[in-house]
Design a protein around this ligand. Structure first.
Ligand code: FES
Length: 118
């Protein structure tokens, strides 16, 4: 069953926060869950998860350049370090190209970060 945020009970626990501090910072981090490699980002306290690799499937995104795009710290984008294509972290849409990447719903409950893979 999925909730309004698109997360099902099979959503995995990715990161456990300790005293409000996570191991994922604004530079992002790479995690593997259920055999799927993800890039996980934390921008101004909000988490986002995308496919680990960029649109051409060869380059990792967690070491790409992140920026915050929302007026109140909402949203953000990641830029492929190789070709410079930029992707919205909320839906994976390309902002500077026609390509897109997979974006996953994220929910924080207590000190656990869940990512919906479905
Ligand atoms: S080489 Fe990474 S998106 Fe173009």
């Amino acid at each position: 069953m999925k909730g309004g945020d698109g997360l099902s009970k099979s959503s995995g626990i990715v990161v456990e926060l300790e005293d409000g501090i996570c191991g994922v910072d604004e530079n992002g981090g790479s995690v593997e869950m259920g055999g799927i490699e993800l890039a996980l980002y934390c921008i101004k306290g909000r988490f986002y998860a995308t496919a680990a690799h960029c649109a051409n499937g060869e380059h990792t995104l967690h070491n790409g350049h992140l920026s915050c795009t929302g007026e109140r710290g909402e949203g953000g984008s990641v830029q492929c370090a190789v070709c410079g294509a930029r992707f919205d972290l909320r839906d994976g849409r390309g902002q500077s190209c026609d390509s897109s990447i997979k974006a996953y719903p994220v929910r924080v409950a207590g000190n656990l970060v869940y990512v919906g893979l479905g």
